[in-house]
Design a protein around this ligand. Structure first.
Ligand code: SIN
Ligand code: CO
Length: 381
């Protein structure tokens, strides 16, 4: 287990003073840091078709990005190159442990763990990310510069593929050593170049924008065949201008849209569905023999059973007045309130004992739901 120390700040102090506000260098956030993998293992992941990977090189100021999967690593030269692997937490359980210390930030905001290996001089160049990120230094050293957001900074595509930003003044300029961490809020320009062969782990977050939200809400309305109420004007009065669409009419249209957002059941089911959607493939391994409901009841009754959650699983819940919407990887399950303790354990923890699950008397619906999740390989024991 990795134990995070944020300089001399409490987690709440970090949230109040730095989160989404300004970058922070966390010296020895992890003391005696041990890498969960080495460069060879990372390369092993980048060979896989289902894993998103890239090699970025910058020889003689010429930037190039190549997309995996890779059959060999000739591009990963001894200088000025970086191999990056996305969503490594979905594929490497030990690496996934690196997300755990950051779960003091709500789980639905956490996106994935990206791992990079850079040779001296290697990096992805100066750029901005739209999301918060913690960059953990593993093996080796890397020189980082981080600036404050500046809307005047011009972004441009290097070689048609790498989005970079022009040079910026740095508020943090440091050489990260193993166990050091950089927190970078959205929109802060940053660049990091390896001083010696270096492994870096980026804990990335998500924050949906209005376009994503509107488009996914519209999809949900269509999928669930809701939203069929139509504009009505039974009390129409004759008026002087026939060309005008009045403010009252515009407001009625707005209200028609608003009433869908105000439908708590529709809104929460869409929200659970959309924020629990994984962006990357999952390493699903369903059990060879499916569990029956009776077997799951026995497992939950046995105090020695330990259930583990598959890496990359997105599990959240929302409480309504009379039920819980439990959302797992884009699928919603509606459960009675009496299952709250069990659902809280499954969403708060990546490991849960049968004892913890059975601390309240579980409903039949819970047993059915958990049987489905075990049979899909999302939880296993
Ligand atoms: C990297 O590890 O090279 C990229 C991390 C980042 O800048 O977001
Ligand atoms: Co970045």
């Amino acid at each position: 287990m990795y134990q995070l120390t944020i300089n001399n700040l409490s987690e709440q102090e970090f949230l109040s003073e730095y989160w989404q506000k300004k970058p922070l260098l966390i010296k020895q956030g992890f003391t005696d840091f041990e890498d969960p993998l080495d460069a060879n293992e990372l390369a092993g992941l980048a060979v896989e078709e289902s894993i998103e990977s890239r090699i970025v090189t910058n020889h003689d100021n010429q930037w190039n990005a190549h997309h995996g999967p890779f059959e060999d690593f000739e591009l990963l030269s001894e200088q000025n190159s970086t191999l990056l692997v996305q969503a490594a937490d979905h594929w490497h359980p030990d690496a996934a442990q690196l997300l755990e210390p950051f779960r003091f930030i709500p789980n639905w905001r956490i996106d994935d763990l990206m791992i990079s290996f850079s040779t001296p001089g290697g990096g992805v160049g100066p750029h901005l990310d739209q999301y918060d990120v913690f960059i953990i230094q593993g093996e080796g050293k890397r020189h980082w510069r981080v600036g404050m957001p500046d809307s005047k900074l011009k972004q441009f595509a290097q070689n048609n593929s790498l989005l970079q930003v022009e040079q910026f003044p740095a508020v943090i300029d440091c050489i990260l050593e193993p166990g050091d961490i950089l927190y970078i809020p959205p929109g802060c320009p940053h660049e990091g170049y390896a001083v010696e062969n270096a492994l870096n782990y980026s804990v990335g977050f998500r924050a949906p924008n209005q376009q994503d939200l509107f488009s996914s809400f519209a999809d949900h309305v269509i999928d669930t065949e809701t939203g069929n109420a139509r504009y009505q004007d039974q009390n129409l009065q004759l008026r002087e201008s026939k060309g005008e669409l009045t403010n009252t009419e515009a407001n009625k249209i707005k209200q028609l849209l608003q009433s869908l957002l105000d439908d708590e059941c529709l809104f929460k089911s869409w929200l659970g569905n959309t924020v629990s959607q994984p962006k990357h493939e999952m390493d699903l391994m369903p059990p060879e023999e499916l569990y029956s409901q009776a077997q799951v009841e026995l497992l939950i009754a046995d105090p020695d059973t330990l259930f583990e959650r598959l890496g990359g699983t997105r599990a959240i819940y929302q409480a309504t007045d009379n039920s819980i919407i439990f959302s797992v990887n884009g699928q919603n399950y509606t459960l009675p309130l009496e299952d709250l303790t069990a659902v809280k354990c499954l969403t708060d923890q990546i490991q849960v004992t049968a004892n913890e699950l059975n601390s309240s008397k579980n409903s039949l619906l819970f047993i059915q739901t958990f049987t489905t999740l075990l049979n899909e390989g999302i939880w296993f024991c």
